[in-house]
Design a protein around this ligand. Structure first.
Ligand SMILES: C[S@@+](CC[C@H](N)C(=O)[O-])C[C@H]1O[C@@H](n2cnc3c(N)ncnc32)[C@H](O)[C@@H]1O
Ligand code: SF4
Length: 406
């Protein structure tokens, strides 16, 4: 996950949680996130917690990674104890999980099943760079129990991929969707990015159409974020590339929404569209609805019953902690009721299901009325007790949500 974690108090060496946090586990869903902090090359726009073999000084860290992750899963089991339900969603993200051999990902998934049990209908996703999978590895992942794959496509236009420093060739992501379907994946998603310097409205339309034509049942479309410290940010600062333009970004978003809706993919979160409720990413919905999850791996974040913690970021530091039998947790914080209420509004207001009016304070309810009068929140939904953003509201989501939390 990008960004600097907030301050917090140290996590005890055995990773123990306050008893109050564990009380929230019974009767609710549990997710497991596995962060795989490796990539073949670093894309110029990305500041995720990920490392190339050269950055790590050799490939050794990758060889040992599955064993370390399995150790943390055992720690998670010991900390959560008997109260933990069977796991309902697993999400391997990164980085590029699929730079590890399919057997390593299968071993980590096997440990989750052995320690916690997997619910009968568990969703098991992995992210993948299209260059890091092929027909055989996709078949192996499916056999190992993966049910969903999310491929980074970003664009169909070669000059856009070049500006993004993407290593894959146009056409490869679509080929991977076909291989994933052949392997038996019912759920396949493609990630797209809009607003790359030099991308035209036609390039974007073609990218969305190409993604839809490949036949995924889920598409994520993200506005390009120029992250400090990336090669992209440096090139923009030097004047080699133009910064993304807000009006163009809004046009791209609306074009995507039109094309995806016409293709039968409906929005369920501001940046995510699915072919139906069964195609939405259940693991991400768990994050967005305040669920409980344990994040395994360097820099991974976790949340259980209002306690949030995050692991040490560097793979070497992570390895040292796990090898010494010490929790990789760097720090944690216990959210107050007020903080939890604010977070709930900030996350749920971005969903098509919206946030119930009862979750808002008096100022937030007044802001919801104003948003509906301004056409930014759906008046019908408001009458039924929920705040649901309209299309113009989605374009101004950050500002509307800020008012709702007031
Ligand atoms: C972990 S990557 C997906 C898997 C694989 N690493 C890949 O890139 O193909 C998650 C997604 O985050 C998005 N992303 C990363 N950095 C971004 C940025 N600066 N702005 C917008 N989207 C970004 C990309 O769409 C990317 O596919
Ligand atoms: S492959 Fe994915 S995670 Fe790795 S640098 Fe590129 S966008 Fe980031």
């Amino acid at each position: 996950m990008p960004g600097t974690p907030p301050d917090g108090v140290p996590v005890p060496p055995d990773g123990r949680l306050e008893p109050g946090a564990l009380g929230a586990l019974g009767g609710s869903s549990l997710g497991i996130y596995v962060h795989v902090p490796f990539c073949a090359t670093r894309c110029g726009y990305c500041d995720f917690n990920t490392y190339t073999a050269a950055e790590l000084g050799g490939g050794g860290a990758r060889d040992r990674y599955a064993g370390l992750a399995v150790e943390e899963i055992r720690l998670a089991r010991a900390v959560l104890g008997a109260a933990a339900p069977a796991v309902s969603t697993v999400f391997f993200g990164g980085g590029t999980p699929t730079v590890l051999p399919a057997a390593d990902l299968a071993a980590i998934l096997g440990a989750i099943g052995a320690e916690f049990g997997l619910a009968a209908d568990a969703e098991v996703s992995t992210e993948a760079n299209p260059e890091s999978v092929d027909r055989r590895s996709l078949a192996r992942l499916r056999e190992a129990g993966f049910t969903r794959i999310s491929l980074g496509m970003q664009s169909a236009a070669e000059h856009v991929l070049t500006v993004l420093d993407r290593s894959h060739t146009p056409g490869r992501p679509e080929q991977c969707v076909a291989w994933a379907r052949e392997a038996g994946f019912a759920h396949v998603s493609l990630d797209l990015i809009y607003g790359t310097p030099g991308e035209t409205a036609k390039d974007w339309e073609w990218s969305v159409r190409s993604a839809v034509d490949a036949g995924p049942d889920h598409i994520s479309a993200y506005a390009l974020i120029v992250e400090e410290g990336t090669r992209l940010a440096a090139r923009i600062r030097r004047g080699e590339l133009d910064p993304p333009d807000d009006d163009e970004m809004a046009d791209r978003y609306l074009a995507a929404d039109d094309l995806l809706t016409a293709a039968g993919l409906g929005w369920y979160e501001i940046s995510n569209w699915a072919a139906g409720p069964g195609s939405a990413c259940r693991h991400n919905l768990l994050y967005w609805t305040g669920g409980n999850w344990w994040g395994v791996g360097p820099g991974a974040h976790s949340h259980v019953g209002g306690t949030r913690w995050w692991n040490v970021r560097h793979p070497a530091a992570y390895s040292a902690r796990i090898t010494a039998g010490v929790s990789p947790g760097l720090a944690r914080e216990v959210l107050s009721q007020a903080e939890r209420a604010t977070e709930r509004i900030m996350l749920e207001a971005r969903l098509a299901a919206g946030v119930p009016l009862t979750a808002l304070g008096p100022a937030g309810r007044r802001a919801a009325e104003v948003a509906a009068a301004d056409g930014l929140a759906d008046a019908g939904a408001l009458g039924a007790g929920r705040v649901v953003l309209t299309r113009p509201g989605r374009l101004l989501a950050d500002a509307v949500v800020r008012e709702l939390t007031g």
